[in-house]
Design a protein around this ligand. Sequence first.
Ligand SMILES: Nc1ncnc2c1ncn2[C@@H]1O[C@H](COP(=O)(O)OP(=O)(O)OP(=O)(O)O)[C@@H](O)[C@H]1O
Length: 338
Amino acid sequence: MSTRTDLELIHLVKDYGQSLAVAGIDLKIAAGSYCCLLGPSGCGKTSTLRMIAGHEEPTEGSVVLGGREITHLSPSERGTAMMFQSYALFPHLSVLDNVAFSERMKGTPKAEREARATELLKLVHMEPYAQRLPAALSGGQQQRVALARALMLKPQVLLLDEPLSALDPFLRVKMRAELKRWHRELGMSFVHVTHSQEEAMALADLVVVMNQGRIEQAGTARDVFERPRTEFVARFIGAHNIIETPAGKVAVRCDRLNLVTPDVGEPAVTVAAIEYQGAQVQVHLVADAAHTNDDPETDDPARWVAVLGDTQFHSAPFEPGQRVAMRWWAQDAHGLIA
Ligand SMILES: Nc1ncnc2c1ncn2[C@@H]1O[C@H](COP(=O)(O)OP(=O)(O)OP(=O)(O)O)[C@@H](O)[C@H]1O
């Protein structure tokens, strides 16, 4: 049963002819969720977002919002609004006129549309800049205006295409907190496209990891991080080691990998490098194959990383060249689907 504004993607396909961008995905985003579509460049996340927005016609499948099929409706009739990567503000219009633009097109009286635009500018703390032109705003400020403009459409779902990618790292973290606040205050669903696992982890209730047009895993950030289903997810999320065991490949978090002196006859690996990072120390490990091949360019031994707390490391430090055995607790090894 759909609640009023659940968003559902049903067997959604986008085939551009020369490339199958989205290969038949099914996804349900509960009303009020913060969902991040996460994946590397070209995995189909933007195409998915554009099909939800109505900027791209699906080759197959449906988009359903609150039980209503919206697949073929125009962008303004769907109950969704898109905030673009480039913010796409009209350069010749003031901040206020940019925000009020969609209502002007609908013929809403000036006083009414300006009152609502002012209310939204207040929400994003941009009311004092109402008469400025976009060129006189910082990137973060332009983004707030773009958000206010998208909210003017009273969407049930806000779609955000890489909203933080144009910002410098400091501002990105600040705006991340703002996005979270807006999401909480507005109570609508956000669907946010990103290639940054850090961003997805920080923001999303629902992380959807995509690869080559398919969903590899969808779950809470903690679920995806603690129990990656596939090797792709474990590698993309990072901070995991992929280890071959007699029972198949497993993912073990770098901070859950223990290093001990090998027992007689126990398989061992070699410490390749130590990287001090303040509160923790990374111990880089290579398979013994590294020692049998002198050419580092063609040599591709398995590599792993153990992250140890600084106190633990300094109480029994490891040295490059040292042979150690990797151990982990059974509950920390997650079997990977091939
Ligand atoms: N208009 C188009 N015509 C043809 N192929 C396209 C078109 N748009 C996207 N593609 C192809 O579809 C695939 C998925 O693209 P999409 O933009 O959805 O991926 P993405 O994960 O959002 O990537 P990025 O992070 O680089 O934006 C890619 O191989 C891309 O080259």
